[in-house]
Design a protein around this ligand. Structure first.
Ligand SMILES: NC(=O)c1ccc[n+]([C@@H]2O[C@H](COP(=O)([O-])OP(=O)(O)OC[C@H]3O[C@@H](n4cnc5c(N)ncnc54)[C@H](O)[C@@H]3O)[C@@H](O)[C@H]2O)c1
Length: 257
């Protein structure tokens, strides 16, 4: 079940956290993984770790929000020149209400999370519609913040809302080309993303705030990167052939409250 044998899969933001876990599980399930990250050493570290396990991975470094580097990366596709699966996972956060969000904050977050996802998805759709046989799978990392109001997450929520809308648009526009496009909406997941948020915003109170992040989810804990990677694996696999345009919520019950 859930095999990805011989599929070429590019995962952005795969040098850390959820993207790293996705790259590792995809490789274990048979995919040839292209580990992409803006931090070159992080991409190389993850690709090397995958190869050490006896699986296939290559590293590529580019900023998802820069048009020309994205175009070049998708032209090369790690030498495979074919793409079966794109996971648009790279993302950054910001804490603040609308009154705590400068125009620079807004543009910085939207640049990576929305513009970056758009640029990568556009190149992926171009490749997937041109290759033979046509088709492929796009998985966009959204968030529960796209579905419910999370306090002081104004530009982050807006960027993830854009991703959900883009997911549905791509799914409908290219359903006839064999492309399935879905989103995942994680709750809070324990990754360097969250640890960075604690260090930046709550210095000295990290442990208390970490416990509140565990507690706000009815299951009483944050998710694990591997639990989100399992959802990505399902969406990427043939077992999800009837799933497109959807948003899979993995949030310990948070949005059910
Ligand atoms: N951790 C959570 O609680 C959580 C919850 C919901 C959604 N998400 C989403 O999941 C995704 C991954 O989050 P994570 O927690 O694993 O974060 P992370 O910070 O651990 O990893 C993100 C990776 O993206 C890379 N990146 C950042 N900007 C980039 C750019 N411009 N181009 C290419 N790569 C870039 C970083 O270098 C990093 O390796 C993000 O889109 C995030 O919004 C995370």
């Amino acid at each position: 079940m859930f095999r990805l044998d011989d599929k070429i899969a590019l995962i952005t933001g795969a040098g850390s956290g959820i993207g790293e876990a996705i790259a590792k599980v995809f490789a274990r399930q048979g995919a040839q993984v292209i580990v992409a990250d803006v931090v070159s050493e992080a991409a190389s570290r993850v690709a090397e770790a995958i190869r050490q396990q006896g699986y296939s991975a290559t590293a590529v470094a580019f900023d998802v929000a820069e048009e020309e580097p994205v175009r070049e990366a998708f032209a090369q596709l790690g030498g495979y020149r074919r793409l079966d699966i794109l996971v648009n996972n790279a993302g950054i956060s910001h804490v603040g209400s609308i009154l705590e969000t400068s125009l620079d904050d807004w543009e910085r977050v939207l640049r990576v999370n929305a513009r970056g996802a758009f640029l990568c998805a556009r190149e992926a759709v171009r490749t997937m519609t041109e290759q033979r046989p046509q088709g492929g799978i796009i998985i966009n990392m959204a968030s529960v913040a796209a579905q419910i109001g999370v306090e002081r997450r104004l530009p982050y929520s807006a960027s993830k809302g854009a991703i959900l809308a883009m997911t549905r648009s791509i799914a409908m526009d290219f359903v006839g080309h064999g492309i399935r496009c879905n989103a995942i909406c994680p709750g809070t997941v324990q990754t360097p993303f969250v640890e960075g948020y604690l260090a930046r915003n709550f210095p000295g109170q990290e442990e208390a705030v970490r416990q509140s992040l565990h507690a706000r989810q009815p299951l009483g804990r944050m998710g694990l990167p591997e639990e989100i990677a399992s959802a990505a694996l399902y969406l990427a696999a043939d077992e999800a052939a009837f799933v497109t345009g959807s948003a899979l919520v993995i949030d310990g019950g948070w949005t059910a409250k």
